[in-house]
Write a protein that binds this ligand. Structure first.
Ligand code: SF4
Length: 290
């Protein structure tokens, strides 16, 4: 193989999702005006991008950090959203909130609040398919005063009291196939269920396209922070469709042996992977051209 016959393609559907682009743009806009800005939690699960934003003056804090900030400080709420208690805490401390909750998550929070209002007087339950402790899930559970049941996987179904009417929702970034399997299993136990279609369209469409992208290349280089839950789901999908899929956080992690005999290299990433990082990995691959 010579270098002219090798293709190194960046997945056209990868890069930040709309929700993250919106939040990062807002942060950069505020920072460019010279203001001090605090982000409640990491804006993206991506160390390199966080380093870039820190260089512009963004500081990451946790809930305890809000208690320590001087009155009048500005705190950005990231795309994942927050429970009502966070807004109450910020309000009580005189903190200015820049709310960058993704509109898709915001709608899901409202729908969960409405469903909970409907069932809470009786024996009904709000059930959320998601990762316990994930920021988005915390924000969703907060809409029910902590009463929603979170299910991470099918194996947990037998340990839960799932009687009464069920309003079922999914975290926006869960795998559509797993959500469908959970829905079927729940219906076997309890037919009194309303299923809400709440997986983000960008994620839903992405799974189908990513499977085809992974299958269509000899090697896949998956670029993402290792603590991204969306990254884990999408990487597993790549592995399912292409055994030669490798996860890298940084271009320096690309092993030339992985791609030595590859004619078609596909570079893709999670919804929290910035485009510039995918381009850096592509540039690294070109250094190893035969
Ligand atoms: S994955 Fe979808 S719902 Fe989640 S932040 Fe991005 S656009 Fe919003």
């Amino acid at each position: 193989m010579d270098s002219r016959s090798r293709i190194c393609e960046i997945d056209p559907d990868s890069g930040f999702c709309h929700g993250v682009v919106r939040a990062v743009n807002k942060a950069e806009e505020i920072l460019s005006e010279g203001g001090r800005l605090y982000s409640l939690g990491a804006m993206v699960h991506n160390t390199a991008e966080l380093r870039r934003l820190a260089g512009k003056g963004l500081e990451i804090i946790d809930l305890e950090g809000i208690r320590r900030l001087p009155e009048g400080s500005t705190v950005l709420i990231r795309a994942h959203g927050e429970p009502p208690s966070t807004y109450a805490l910020a309000g009580s401390r005189g903190i200015r909130v820049v709310d960058c909750t993704c509109p898709v998550v915001l709608k899901l929070q409202k729908d969960i609040a409405a469903a909970f209002a409907k069932v809470c007087a009786g024996s009904g339950k709000v059930v959320i398919f998601g990762k316990r402790g994930h920021a988005e899930v915390n924000g969703l559970v907060g809409q029910t005063g902590g009463k929603a049941i979170v299910i991470e996987n099918l194996s947990e179904l037998n340990d839960l009291d799932l009687t009464g009417h069920i309003e079922l929702f999914s975290q926006t970034t869960r795998d559509p196939g797993e959500y469908a399997a959970l829905t079927d299993a729940l219906k076997q136990k309890n037919s009194d269920i309303t299923v809400h279609d709440t997986i983000c369209r960008q994620v839903f469409g992405r799974h189908r396209k990513l499977a085809a992208f992974a299958a269509g290349h000899d090697v896949i280089l998956f670029v993402s922070g290792r603590d991204s839950s969306n990254g884990k789901v999408l990487y597993e999908l790549c592995r399912e469709h292409n055994q030669r899929s490798y996860w890298v956080e940084d271009p320096s992690e690309v092993d030339p042996l992985w791609i030595a005999d590859a004619c078609a290299i596909g570079i893709t990433g999670a919804t929290s992977t910035p485009r510039w990082q995918l381009e850096a990995v592509a540039a690294r691959c070109k250094l190893y051209n035969p």
